[in-house]
Every structure is written in structure tokens, then in C-alpha cells.
Write a protein that binds this ligand. Structure first.
Ligand SMILES: O=C(O)CCC(=O)C(=O)O
Length: 272
């Protein structure tokens, strides 16, 4: 458990980083973890993705969405080592500080493995999928290896969390086509730089982002943790994806209720 305690040490966030997040809807933080700290989780997450993955179709027969990544959710429930990372106070405190809220709960976690030769993750905003009452949600994207541009790191459209267009698009060919055209026409600034192992980005639920293909022969693995403000309520479902999320990630919660099912523990501030 010494490893878990190390993940609780605070990361010193500057005023510049905080206001960058507010202004641009995302921020990339250098060296939130050491490579050594992350290695412990990378190996366990790889095993867990292998064990729980249900996709076996060859790449050429998959849809664009299926080519993007293998996706396994709520690993904290099936693996105690991954739980240490998901419950890291360092990360949860950062999520609260960046969003300017007193406390955060877990919405869910997911591992996203873009296989060697895997395709793009089309442009989208995550909150399209989430029946949540406010925009105080964010995702920590934690690459589990050094991620150069040819592996498909996250690319963010700066300030797009204030953009209405694209909010009703699910991840797919149409979202990629439409949003690429819009960004090109408006010369929208995109941040597409590489990540060192240990770097972590945070983005708001409404920030538009995508990733390129994995052109290498190695998998590009990332762990993600999705936080919501403590006090978030369940909003009425507007689409089938909302019903699926409600059932999977907040069972038993009724529309209008504060979301605090056993799957949504408080991650910051944590009681010891
Ligand atoms: O890892 C990827 O390719 C996409 C990740 C993503 O869309 C997210 O974490 O919100």
C-alpha cells in the first residue's frame, strides 16, 4: 500500500494551469506521476483489458468506432491495484481544483487501448453520453507509455467547451467529418502534442477532442478517470446512450436525485 499512499501526494498546480483549463477546456500537466509509479498500473491494466475485452473481430471488419480502441470500464471494481490509481487523491484533488468545486465523485473509469494499427477516435464531446445536470465533469487521460504523435495522443480543440456545435453528435464518421471541416474552416486552434509517460491531461465533458491512428506496432494504452462535482444530479434521459449510462454507472439513482450510488464514491476530499 506504500505505492497507493504515494499517489495521494499533492501535485502543485499553478494559477496559470488552472486558468488555462478554465479558458481552453483542457490542460496537459507534466510529470503528474513518475514513470516508475505508472509502470505498476500499466501492466495490471493490460492484463485486465485482455481478460475483460470482448472484441475479437479483425481490424478490417470493424466500424470506425470499433477500430478506435478496446474499452473496458470500472476496472476499480475488479482489480485492487487499479483501484489505487482510480482513488488517487493527487488526481481527484486536481480535478476539483481545475473545475473549481469543493468535492468530486467518480462517474466511472475506463481503460482505452488503441491497438497497433488501430484507427482514429473521431471528434466528439464525452458529455453527449452522460445524463448529468451540470457541466462540472472532467476526464483525466493518463497515457501508460510515452505517446508520440504517431501513436494517437489526445488532440483538443481549444475553447471548444463553449462551442454548441457538435454536442449532439455521437462518436463516428459523421462527427469526424463535420467537426474536422468546421475546425479547418474556422482555423480553430488544436493541441496535438506528444505526452511523456507520467503526463496527464484533464478535459471538460464538453471539450471536443479526437485522437489519430496508432501507426506503430505497439499498443497505445490509456487509463481514464471521469469525475463529476459532488452534488451532481441525474438529468432526464435524452437519448438511448443516457439510459445505458444510467444503468451501468449509477444504478438505482432516480431522475433529479444527487448521484451517490455505491459506484460513485467521493474521491475528493476523501475521509481517511
Ligand atoms: O483514447 C482515445 O483514443 C480517446 C479518449 C477519449 O475520447 C476520452 O478519454 O474522452
Amino acid at each position: 500500500m506504500a505505492e497507493a499512499a504515494a499517489l495521494d501526494e499533492p501535485y502543485s498546480l499553478s494559477d496559470y494551469q488552472r486558468s488555462f483549463f478554465t479558458e481552453n477546456g483542457y490542460v496537459k500537466l507534466k510529470a503528474v506521476f513518475s514513470a516508475g509509479e505508472l509502470r505498476r498500473y500499466r501492466d495490471v491494466i493490460a492484463v485486465e483489458v485482455d481478460r475483460r475485452n470482448t472484441r475479437s473481430k479483425p481490424m478490417a471488419e470493424r466500424t470506425t468506432y470499433e477500430k478506435a480502441f478496446l474499452q473496458v470500464t470500472n476496472l476499480w471494481r475488479t482489480d485492487d491495484v487499479v483501484r489505487e490509481l482510480v482513488f488517487s487523491r493527487r488526481l481527484a484533488r486536481l480535478a476539483a481544483q481545475l473545475m473549481g468545486v469543493c468535492g468530486v465523485r467518480l462517474y466511472h473509469d475506463q481503460a482505452l487501448c488503441k491497438e497497433a494499427g488501430g484507427g482514429i477516435t473521431p471528434w466528439h464531446a464525452d458529455q453527449f453520453y452522460w445524463p448529468l445536470s451540470s457541466e462540472h465533469t472532467c476526464t483525466a487521460w493518463i497515457p501508460l507509455q510515452k505517446t508520440d504523435v504517431e501513436m494517437g495522443p489526445m488532440v483538443f480543440a481549444a475553447r471548444s467547451h463553449r462551442f454548441e456545435l457538435g454536442r449532439d453528435l455521437e462518436i463516428g464518421d459523421e462527427s469526424e467529418r463535420l467537426l474536422s471541416e468546421v475546425f479547418a474552416a474556422r482555423r480553430f486552434p488544436e493541441d496535438d502534442g506528444p505526452y511523456d509517460m507520467g503526463d496527464v491531461s484533464f478535459h471538460y465533458g464538453w471539450t471536443l477532442h479526437h485522437t489519430g491512428p496508432n501507426q506503430t506496432s505497439r499498443p497505445r494504452s490509456a487509463m481514464t478517470i471521469i469525475y463529476m462535482e459532488d452534488g451532481m444530479r441525474l438529468a432526464p434521459a435524452q437519448r438511448r446512450q443516457h439510459l445505458a449510462d444510467r444503468e451501468a454507472f449509477m444504478p438505482g439513482v432516480e431522475v433529479g436525485d444527487v448521484i451517490k450510488s455505491p459506484l460513485n464514491p467521493v474521491l475528493w476530499p476523501q475521509r481517511s
